[in-house]
Write a new protein. Structure first.
Length: 480
RNA sequence: CGGGGUGUAGCGUAGUCUGGUUUAUCGCGCCUGGUUUGGGACCAGGAGAUCACAAGUUCAAAUCUUGUCACUCCGACCA
């Protein structure tokens, strides 16, 4: 899928639209509903694991970034800055009132660690106040040069979790928990296979001790970062003076973590699961699960019977998580509707016409492989069971398909010449060894545009570039 | 920020080189009415464009000149 097709698909299926400002996009109902579904699933898991939702302000005083300026390093070139507070209208033109210049510039949050830890420095006094397990659903702004809908927006919706703990052990425990939750969301709900590992020193989040990331591969051989988890250790608590008194009356710094994922996931879903006919949405996050299309002849003999069957199906799934849409617009031919809903990626399609009524069986077609099924609707329990089973199968099948693709596109390489050849032609993941040296990483990046997506495990080998002995097994890829 | 390209209706486009029958082309989409409906229907009618913006050259500018802006591709930056 090239860039043009990707954007066209998003516009055609009404997921999103362009706004007046470059890099800022309008999320339309269909696209926003997908985000809401992802959000609800993750939110439930976080709440169940004792996290609480909060909301911090959009604007952060510049001085807060000054406290730990190594952290803002990542963001200095992509900040939106608020400098004034008033407008003037003169001769029907609007001007910024120069007199309203703010004493201190305000940064529109690119991420919220600073304001959160500045706040908690005042709220935490005792070990009894810990752990802090909070999460924020919000928007952030990062003004980047190159944009791509969902994948790299200048403003995007995300979730940022922050935690504070009494010691390292507890913080690591939190990281393991979040890893488990993210893994479940990405694999079981979004049907996206991924690789997981630590970021290198160069690629990790500024201000973190280490960063874990979830990475996947799209159909054009480029990799996408799906989510990150940062172990902040005592970095932020030291700079922001977040300390507590422990049981032995000793003053200690808080250990913290942060973790996030964004609506980039929607971009990943589009890029990974789509085929020539359009989107294929994982059933668990699809706004509509079943589209029902009536086929009606010029003598309207069957309309009533068809409507009755539709009613019956709707009753069967009443109050369940299955959303059904009945498109009974008779001005549009069925073929047109087939194409439309295939493009939108609706997992199942039911067609009802003369044939179905005569045979007492309903035709159901899967979006992922177009297999046809004929189901008896007399026994509603069996019917319901079979539908639910089909949705599960789709969920699994698209995961397996993507997994196969990634496996096929992951190359084990131990020679740099081959590395360059693969990266310039096929793209994909390259599994190899790396000497953990910044210079090596930069040189490879300059020569091939490939970066280390993550360190997947400790294993002895020789660095692809320098030939030095190392124990870092890594995955390289070209990133969005 | 450096180099190339493009701006014509909601979208995609013809026309620009060589200024003039241009009342700006065609397709999709949209609206009205009718006939249709098992894989993108057809007929009839209709709405929709200060040709990106500004200035200039000219009897005459979508077309030529200059400037501005926006978008886009390739670099750089960035995850």
């Amino acid at each position: 899928m090239n860039s043009k097709d990707y954007i066209k698909l998003i516009i055609d299926t009404k997921l999103a639209f362009f706004s007046k400002i470059k890099g800022f996009y309008i999320l339309r109902p269909y696209g926003y509903k997908i985000w809401e579904n992802i959000k609800n699933i993750l939110n439930k898991m976080l709440i169940k694991n004792k996290h609480k939702n909060v909301y911090f302000p959009l604007l952060i005083p510049k001085s807060l970034f000054n406290i730990f300026n190594n952290h803002i390093n990542n963001f200095t070139k992509e900040c939106a800055i608020v400098t004034h507070s008033r407008l003037l209208i003169k001769n029907n033109n609007i001007y910024v009132d120069p007199k309203s210049k703010l004493n201190e510039e305000l940064i529109i949050r690119p991420t919220s660690e600073t304001i959160i830890w500045d706040t908690y420095s005042k709220l935490i006094q005792s070990y009894k106040n810990l752990p802090i397990l909070i999460n924020q659903w919000s928007n952030v702004v990062r003004l980047e040069m190159k944009n791509k809908m969902f994948i790299r927006n200048s403003e995007f919706l995300w979730q940022e979790g922050h935690s504070g703990h009494i010691n390292k052990k507890e913080a690591i425990k939190e990281i393991k928990l979040i890893k488990k939750i993210y893994k479940k969301l990405i694999k079981n709900y979004l049907s996206i296979p991924f690789i997981f590992g630590k970021k290198t020193k160069l690629e990790k989040f500024s201000g973190s001790k280490f960063t874990y990331s979830f990475e996947t591969l799209t159909k054009n051989g480029k990799s996408i970062q799906l989510a990150t988890i940062h172990f902040l250790a005592k970095n932020f608590s030291k700079f922001f003076n977040v300390s507590f008194t422990d049981k032995k009356n000793k003053k200690k710094y808080v250990w913290s973590t942060s973790w996030g994922l964004s609506m980039r996931l929607i971009g990943a879903i589009i890029m990974i699961h789509s085929d020539k006919k359009g989107l294929i949405l994982p059933p668990k996050i699809s706004p509509i699960h079943i589209i029902i299309i009536p086929i009606i002849n010029n003598n309207n003999k069957y309309i009533k019977k068809i409507n009755n069957i539709v009613k019956k199906i709707k009753i069967i799934f009443y109050k369940s998580k299955i959303n059904i849409k009945y498109d009974n617009n008779l001005n549009i031919k069925p073929g047109n509707k087939f194409y439309k809903y295939e493009k939108m990626g609706i997992p199942l399609r039911i067609t009802i016409g003369k044939r179905e009524i005569k045979n007492n069986k309903i035709e159901i077609i899967r979006r992922d492989n177009f297999k046809k099924y004929y189901l008896d609707i007399k026994n509603i329990f069996i019917f319901k069971k079979k539908i639910l089973k089909l949705l599960k199968k789709i969920q699994k099948n698209i995961y397996n398909k993507a997994k196969k693709y990634i496996k096929k596109k992951t190359f084990k390489v131990n020679n740099y010449y081959l590395f360059k050849k693969i990266m310039s032609k096929k793209g994909g993941f390259i599994m190899t060894y790396f000497d953990n040296n910044n210079d090596t990483e930069l040189k490879i990046k300059n020569e091939t545009k490939a970066t280390i997506r993550c360190i997947i495990k400790q294993e002895n080998g020789k660095c692809i570039y320098s030939g030095k002995k190392t124990n870092k097994k890594v995955i390289f890829g070209k990133s969005y």
